[in-house]
Design a protein around this ligand. Structure first.
Ligand code: MAN
Length: 357
């Protein structure tokens, strides 16, 4: 039913030129998707780290402002001399706390956003330079997981804006994927996975978002509304995590920007279990009332199964930020194991059948 592209992975770290001679590319993954002037554009998350020279040390890049100018500096951990930190997760360094609690001390890599283009949706060329680099005031720890919503001729991009004070979601816009206008933070910390519907519904913009509660509750999917794309409110819980032992027990969050079909909004989302295994699920929502679910699959329709999804920077992950409708097919671009970009297609009719609509 689901056809993984025979050319997978479409993009790997070796396809990307580092933005800085001291850096190596750890991953190109979790990309926003758009059609622009007859081409498919992927706005990719590119994660880079410092090429390490001493195995006892870990040098981490961050953006800081010095004398009014943004520069990349490194934070250096001495693994032997600093055992109070946990270095076992490839994505983050954790500070060990009491009762097994741990907090993120740093991310191991710094992500920026970069454009890749293709005429056929399969063979992509990655630009030599970053499209947008993080700035110290808003994204000192990086820009992650962009999602593109086309409204008219403007492409609105939401992304995780990460700093030491938390993960926010910011908005920017472009008309040409060359110059970008930052519009600021639209969801304060901690929030992620914002996918804006591509048109107003009932006179308002609608977006999924994924606040991370502290103390009570789990990271779940919420729906917010806005008159202008900047001011979001009237939050409603859309879907909470599921029961213990289920594929969606750990977290659920928006995935691809919702696709408009003749039967309603097709929503591909992600969920992770307690072991951080990320799968994709699907919903069909009422065209006029997106909080109303017309069809839902109780099981994931895509799980990390291929080697390139099971192994990588952070294994057992399929994660999408964007999909396209093309001749009766849903074309899903997704990040595999947090370091590659892949494609999988599924017929829309097949999805309808699975959803019982
Ligand atoms: C995070 C996401 C993604 C990433 C997954 C899996 O929660 O924001 O950036 O792909 O974890 O590591």
């Amino acid at each position: 039913m689901l056809k993984r592209c025979g050319y997978n992975p479409l993009l790997v770290p070796a396809d990307v030129k580092p933005s800085n001679p001291r850096f190596q590319v750890d991953g190109i993954f979790n990309c926003g998707v758009a059609r622009y002037r007859g081409e498919v554009i992927l706005l990719c998350r590119v994660a880079e780290s410092v090429r390490q020279t001493d195995e006892n040390k870990l040098e981490i890049p961050v953006v800081v402002n010095e004398n009014g100018k943004d520069v990349i500096k490194t934070v250096v951990y001495d693994k032997k001399a600093q055992p109070e930190f946990d270095y076992s997760d490839s994505r983050s360094v954790y500070k060990k706390g009491p009762k097994g609690r741990r907090t993120v001390a740093n991310l191991t890599s710094l992500s920026h956003l970069r454009v890749a283009r293709s005429g056929d949706g399969i063979h992509f060329t990655v630009e030599d330079r970053p499209g947008i680099m993080p700035i110290a005031s808003e994204e000192s720890w990086g820009m992650e997981d962009p999602r593109i919503t086309q409204i008219g001729e403007t492409y609105y991009i939401t992304y995780s804006a990460v700093t030491e004070h938390g993960v926010c979601v910011s908005l920017m816009k472009t008309k040409d994927f060359q110059s970008y206008e930052r519009m600021g933070i639209i969801f304060g910390p901690e929030n992620k996975d914002v996918a804006i519907f591509p048109e107003k519904i009932g006179g308002e913009y609608v977006a999924f978002n994924r606040p991370v509660p502290f103390g009570i509750g789990m990271p779940s999917m919420w729906l917010a509304k806005s008159p202008d794309l900047l001011h979001w409110g009237r939050q409603k819980l859309f879907m909470a995590t599921s029961h213990e032992g289920c594929w969606d027990e750990g977290r659920v969050g928006g995935g691809a920007v919702p696709l408009k079909t003749e039967k309603g909004w097709l929503v591909i989302y992600h969920a992770a279990d307690a072991a951080d295994r990320y799968c994709l699920g699907v919903y069909l929502l009422d065209p006029e009332h997106p909080e109303q679910i017309l069809g839902k699959l109780e099981v994931p329709f895509m799980e990390p199964e291929a080697d390139y999804e099971k192994e990588g920077f952070f294994g057992n992950v399929v994660f999408t930020c964007g999909a396209l409708l093309q001749e009766g097919n849903v074309v899903i671009y997704y990040g595999a194991a947090d370091d590659k970009i892949c494609r999988a297609d599924i017929e829309l009719e097949e999805l309808y059948r699975m959803l019982g609509v």
